[in-house]
Design a protein around this ligand. Structure first.
Ligand SMILES: C[S@@+](CC[C@H](N)C(=O)[O-])C[C@H]1O[C@@H](n2cnc3c(N)ncnc32)[C@H](O)[C@@H]1O
Length: 258
């Protein structure tokens, strides 16, 4: 099961669809601000943002006055970014000198990396002595209600199928600690005091989220992923009409490594 088909990040369309889900949360939770505080980002701190995607973290770090550089495997993602300092690079072979950064950030990206030991060792290598790596990931409770809705929608044409989190099987808040410990002495898993919940009032937001992972999960279905997306859209619409919103649980945290 390829968890990183090339199509997934050819542009930032899929990532944007998923970012949109979390725009309105109750309680409010800003994963970027939370992560940057955890990482101790401030004026002049030298940061490498590995797998920077369309640059959400880079933008915020720029506003804080950090000296942030981003790198990503996908040129399509880099082109979609904000034009801040970026390089096309693989997490397992970083084109940077040893000890060049105070902080390495790896947000929602390690589950796409096949050789996570190599990546963790590269993160360690480019950090100064005493530097810190912060790896953001999801936990087992992430998207619980959305997973249930997707499974319900699939049941009539794919009985017994469950939407297993293939990315979480690779790297999650539950299984990431040991993987990072190959490169770091101290690895601490931190969750926010209060987990965010997306409160969605537009069924299109739900439908687009599910569509955005079709190239990862579509081959598990005998039927088409597009059909599933439309079934989910219909179910989300029913919930929104009945309850006023479709609520999706977030379970996001980070490993702080030194
Ligand atoms: C889910 S996105 C996260 C983007 C960004 N960190 C964020 O949280 O908004 C994952 C990113 O990791 C990148 N990526 C995947 N494998 C990579 C690798 N081996 N090295 C560098 N970047 C990689 C993808 O191209 C994509 O931009």
């Amino acid at each position: 099961m390829p968890t990183s088909p090339a199509s997934q990040y050819a542009t930032d369309r899929n990532l944007r669809a998923r970012q949109r889900l979390w725009e309105r949360q109750d309680p409010a939770f800003d994963v970027v601000a939370w992560t940057l505080e955890l990482a101790g980002i401030s004026q002049g701190v030298r940061v490498l943002d590995v797998g920077c995607g369309n640059g959400r973290y880079l933008e915020a770090m720029g506003s804080l006055g950090a000296e942030a550089v981003g790198c990503d495997l996908s040129l399509g993602m880099l082109n979609a970014g904000t034009g801040r300092a970026v390089a096309a690079a693989d997490a397992t072979a970083l084109p940077f000198r040893a000890g060049q950064f105070d902080v390495v950030l790896a947000a929602h990206m390690l589950y796409h990396v096949a050789d996570r030991t190599a990546a963790a060792l590269e993160f360690r290598r480019v950090l100064v002595d005493g530097g810190r790596c912060v790896a953001v990931a999801n936990g087992a409770g992430h998207l619980a209600s959305l997973r249930a809705a997707v499974q319900d929608a699939a049941a009539p044409f794919q009985p017994g199928w469950s939407w297993v989190d293939r990315l979480g099987e690779v790297f999650s808040l539950e299984n990431g600690r040991d993987q990072l410990s190959v490169a770091f002495h101290a690895v601490r898993c931190v969750r926010p005091d209060m987990a965010g919940r997306a409160v969605v009032t537009d069924p299109d937001v739900i439908a687009r989220y599910v569509a955005s992972v079709g190239d990862i999960y579509g081959q598990e279905l005998a039927g088409s992923w597009d059909r599933l997306v439309e079934e989910v859209r219909a179910k989300a619409t029913e919930v929104i009409i009945r309850e006023g919103s479709f609520v999706v649980e977030g379970d996001v945290g980070a490993f702080v490594c030194s």
